[in-house]
Design a protein around this ligand. Structure first.
Ligand SMILES: Cc1cc2nc3c(=O)[nH]c(=O)nc-3n(C[C@H](O)[C@H](O)[C@H](O)COP(=O)(O)O)c2cc1C
Length: 346
């Protein structure tokens, strides 16, 4: 049957798919606009670029589509507040925050009448986000690309959060590669929608270098590994020569701190420099963030085709099954609370 719309605050996405924000120019308006045009939520990665550049890109996106354009901003960024305020001023429809937890963001959201969506990886932060006024919560599991807040899989983590969040939409993220999994997360686990990113890297519209996409296409399961990030969180990336050096404990640090991008940085390497390198095509010296299931995807497709395939597959099995309530009640509490070393409360 037909998939339901995803309602976040007063915004409606006709198709319950959020394209995950990918910083340092991986998800720009070039990707977010076609996603929004297909009925999903297109997200511009707002971290790691100057505020003026971000604002220009938001305006470009908003002029190009009437669909929903979100901006993802990582709390770990030194200029977090400026990026949030700049995005609101430029007309973003929604702010999605990850890599840490800000309390103040909800007050800003209320004051400017803009929905705030929190990305969390534990029941305690999900509950807190709902209480503080989040318009939706993204449950991001260990299969996700980029910075990680848990080692639990999506199917282990999601029920513990479904149990404690009841008033706002709950979005599943991490490792979803096809519409059957999307329908499963919605039917069996009670997700109101899902967020995915790696599938969209392998789109024609994603503006990363050909080499970045080829690294995705060539990756085998064992090539997708956990690496330490200077942010202090683990991150999931593809084993490039740079990552191999890091895993072998070689010195990969930068000579000087050129970007001053993070609130707290352990300076093991410069994450901005490494993400920029891979974006531009120097994957040997770069960091290529990727979800755990990228090895299952072997085609670069237009965004429209990605949507069509997802919706066709999901609607062929989707039943709007309410059984998930029973499923979450049956689930034991063992995964309900996570040690929160990964997150910072402002
Ligand atoms: C290249 C890349 C960059 C990412 N950058 C960010 C980011 O800047 N902020 C964030 O909250 N999540 C980031 N993520 C996580 C995604 O938004 C998304 O939640 C996650 O990757 C979903 O899993 P999937 O890639 O398996 O679909 C990134 C993921 C990838 C693959």
């Amino acid at each position: 049957m037909k998939l339901p719309e995803l309602k976040i605050g007063s915004l409606i996405a006709k198709i319950p798919i959020i394209q995950g924000g990918m910083s340092v120019r991986v998800s720009t308006s070039a990707l977010a606009v076609p996603v929004a045009e297909c009925g999903g939520i297109g997200t511009i990665g707002g971290s790691g670029i100057p505020v003026e550049e971000l604002q220009e890109d938001i305006r470009k996106a908003k002029n190009a589509t009437k669909g929903v354009i979100a901006v993802n901003i990582m709390y770990a960024m030194r200029d977090f507040y400026d990026l949030v305020m700049g995005s609101i001023e430029a007309g973003a429809d929604m702010i999605i925050t990850g890599a840490g937890f800000s309390r103040d963001i909800f007050k800003i959201g209320k004051a400017h009448n803009i929905p705030i969506v929190s990305i969390v990886s534990s029941a305690s932060f999900a509950k807190l986000a709902e209480k503080l006024g989040a318009a939706a919560v993204v449950v991001e599991a260990t299969e996700a690309g980029g910075h990680l807040g848990t080692n639990l899989s999506l199917r282990e983590l999601f029920p513990s959060i479904r149990k404690v969040v009841s008033k706002i939409p709950l979005i599943a993220a991490g490792g979803i590669t096809n519409g059957y999994e999307m329908a499963e997360m919605m039917d069996k686990y009670g997700a109101n929608g899902m967020q995915m990113a790696s599938r969209f890297v392998l789109s024609e519209e994603c503006s990363v270098s050909r080499e970045f996409k080829e690294t995705y296409l060539k990756a085998q399961q064992e090539d997708i590994v956990l690496v330490g990030s200077p942010v202090g969180l683990p991150g999931r990336a593809i084993k490039t020569p740079f990552v191999e050096k890091m895993l072998a404990d070689e010195d990969v640090s930068a000579k000087s701190c050129l970007y001053q991008c993070l609130k707290k940085c352990n300076h093991k390497y410069c994450i901005s420099e490494r993400l920029l390198a891979s974006h531009g095509g120097d994957v040997d010296n770069g960091l290529v963030f990727s979800g755990a299931n990228t090895f299952k995807m072997k085609e670069i497709l237009p965004v429209r085709e990605i949507f069509d395939r997802f919706v066709r597959a999901a609607e062929s099995v989707y039943k709007e099954n309410k059984d998930y309530k029973k499923y979450t009640e049956d689930k034991e509490d063992t995964v309900a609370e996570q040690i929160k070393t990964h997150s910072e409360v402002q």
